[in-house]
Write a protein that binds this ligand. Sequence first.
Ligand SMILES: Cc1cc2nc3c(=O)[nH]c(=O)nc-3n(C[C@H](O)[C@H](O)[C@H](O)COP(=O)(O)O)c2cc1C
Length: 353
Amino acid sequence: MKNLLQKLGLPALHLLDPEVAHGMGIKALKMGLTPTPGVFTTPRLTSKLAGMTLPNPIGLAAGFDKNAEAIAPLLQSGFGFIEVGAATPRPQPGNPKPRLFRLSADDAVINRFGFNNQGMEAIAARLARRPAAGILGINLGANKDSQDKAADFATVLKTCGPHVDFATVNVSSPNTERLRDLQGKAALELLLAQVMETRKSLPNHPAIFLKIAPDLEIQDLEDIIEVALSSGISGIIATNTTLSRDGLHSAYAAEAGGLSGQPLFEKSTRVLARLSALSGGKLPLIGVGGIGSGAQAYAKIQAGACAVQLYSAMVYKGIGLAREIAKELDTLLARDGFASTAEAVGTKQKEWL
Ligand SMILES: Cc1cc2nc3c(=O)[nH]c(=O)nc-3n(C[C@H](O)[C@H](O)[C@H](O)COP(=O)(O)O)c2cc1C
């Protein structure tokens, strides 16, 4: 196994079924076969996010390490913070395979995993063994057959929350039926109240983020900002994958599921800028969707993000991308005369509205 993994570079992995290749990538990380050069940090990149200090604002998005198997190596791979999960209360297998597709011609991915995971108990046991250093979050999900999906978020937070720095309420995955209905105003109010009550009971009071879909109307975004500000959550992650299929060239474009990667960049950045404008900069925002370069991370920050996350671009460029992006971002900030990332946040918000 070790020899096989060492021989397989990224191009060879792409000859394999995407889910098999991803599994091998996680195994390679766990076995120490992937280079983990450490976090790239400078005073300019060091960022505050909801009370946490990030060595750089480039984060790993949820869904890459669904079962929290590779926390320690991922914290050393170059990211300034990582999010694992989604975890649901009970283990579940997810949707039938195939359920992950590479759209190489579009630098994109479609997935319809449907929260396949080993369940919160197994995941919490791994979170409990985390390294003390590094910023770690858990993505909270709901079981497919749950009678009360809203309650699932508080349940997972209670079990996993004591071991993390932040937790994300993911009501935006397109692959669990009726999940996105929880983004509606009344449902969201109740859900976030429950989650914030549970947070109060935890000794460490992790930051709570809400992750939203890119396929929302302006009125929906206005409601979400209102509820987010009144609920006392720490911030919003914008965005999850999209149902849109505009402008794709790949043969897999018609597959059902959520689309991520380059085609999502513009749409998710527009949602981010709109949230920034609506909140008047009062709510920390994390920009996600289609980031594949330092310039794109910088664009999200200038659109209003305090920090960013990425996933799909790593499918094409490998895990070393996090460090590369952090370095490039530092160079761009310096070029434009910013002494800190925070100074650049929202400076081009209007261009995206
Ligand atoms: C295979 C795959 C699985 C994902 N699983 C989750 C998940 O469990 N929870 C979640 O909030 N987002 C999940 N996402 C969404 C990503 O976290 C991210 O929001 C989205 O892919 C956009 O970023 P990107 O274009 O950099 O990939 C997943 C994305 C992919 C590609």
